[in-house]
Design a protein around this ligand. Structure first.
Ligand code: NAP
Length: 283
């Protein structure tokens, strides 16, 4: 069997076309969606991610402002910056690029972002809204995961769905979002016993660990849909958590790394930013 490779870049381009029309409608009303990005420390990967986000934003007509700090920045400086951005009515969305330098308590800083500007969907208010099935910004990578699954035309309803990884940013909200969409969800982590026996039950398998080769072909149910969130750079090359070529022989659908979840995560950030600007425009 040869799995269909889900092209995250092409899907993101289709989302971009729709988003551009929404941005144009805002521009006609004199409102330009604006995203503030805080980047602290010398992390080359973070710098690349921020550049990619700024590039996509520029294509869509979303203004971005980057607030760049060196690795010695204090927590108070970041909190002061966030207070100014929260108070600036022209700023619709705020993104704090993670990771932050080690002397910074990331949770304390992230909690300062106004929930209505938290377009990354990671403020406890928005995380709680997802938990309670209430309106709020959903974290971008989980939204990307759901969109990639839905792009296959398959419904998640009633499907056995296994999420490997339980981080606050990815695994846990992905599991909640899938549950909200009526999937039957199992959440695995580093203490899960006999991971293969669980992953083999998955009609849909979402891997968000960051360990290349963790998921081998014999851990995959024939015909499954595989969403590989993992991104790990080894000797200059990016790898997911799934052994891609052998997995293609077993799965029905699979996302590549790179070119799967990554471009869709960026477009979901843009979608949340446009939504924040629209909410502001409508009072
Ligand atoms: P994280 O915070 O390090 O969490 C990793 C999770 O994997 C943890 O829950 C951990 O379990 C679990 N885990 C570790 N070893 C395991 C094992 N042997 N078996 C099962 N579970 C195991 O990472 P993250 O922020 O969620 O990111 C995960 C991956 O996704 C990374 O590669 C990251 O770069 C990538 N990512 C990609 C995008 C994108 O846009 N493409 C966005 C975000 C993240 P415990 O909780 O028990 O420690």
């Amino acid at each position: 069997m040869g799995a269909t490779v889900i092209d995250g870049k092409a899907l993101a381009d289709r989302y971009a076309a729709q988003l551009k029309a929404r941005v144009d409608r805002l521009l006609e009303k004199g409102i330009q969606p604006r995203l503030a990005v805080i980047l602290a420390g010398d992390n080359p990967a973070s710098e690349v991610y921020v550049r990619l986000k700024q590039k996509r934003a520029a294509e869509l007509g979303i203004k971005t402002d980057a607030y760049v700090y060196d690795s010695g920045v204090s927590e108070q400086t970041l909190i002061d910056c966030l207070a100014k951005l929260n108070a600036d009515s022209g700023v619709h969305g705020i993104l704090v690029q993670l990771p932050l330098p080690e002397q910074i308590d990331a949770q304390s800083v992230l909690a300062q972002v106004l929930p209505e500007k938290d377009v990354d969907g990671i403020h406890p208010f928005n995380a709680g809204a997802l938990m309670c099935d209430e309106a709020g910004f959903v974290a971008c990578t989980p939204k990307a995961v759901l969109a990639l699954i839905q792009s296959t035309g398959e419904s998640v309803e009633g499907k056995n769905t296994v999420v490997v990884g339980r981080s606050r940013m990815v695994g846990k909200p992905a599991a909640l979002l899938l549950l909200q969409n009526d999937a039957t969800v199992t959440l695995c982590h580093s203490k899960t016993r006999d991971l293969a026996s669980v992953t083999k039950t998955a009609d849909i398998l979402v891997c968000a660990v960051g360990r290349p080769g963790l998921i081998t072909a014999d851990m995959i149910k024939p015909g499954a849909t595989i969403i590989d969130v993992g991104t790990t750079k080894v000797e200059g090359k990016w790898y997911g958590d799934v052994e891609f070529t052998p997995a293609c022989e077993v799965a029905s659908y699979i996302t590549p790394v790179p070119g799967g979840v990554g471009p869709m995560t960026i477009i979901m950030l843009m979608e949340n930013t446009v939504e924040a600007a629209e909410k502001k425009a409508h009072g």
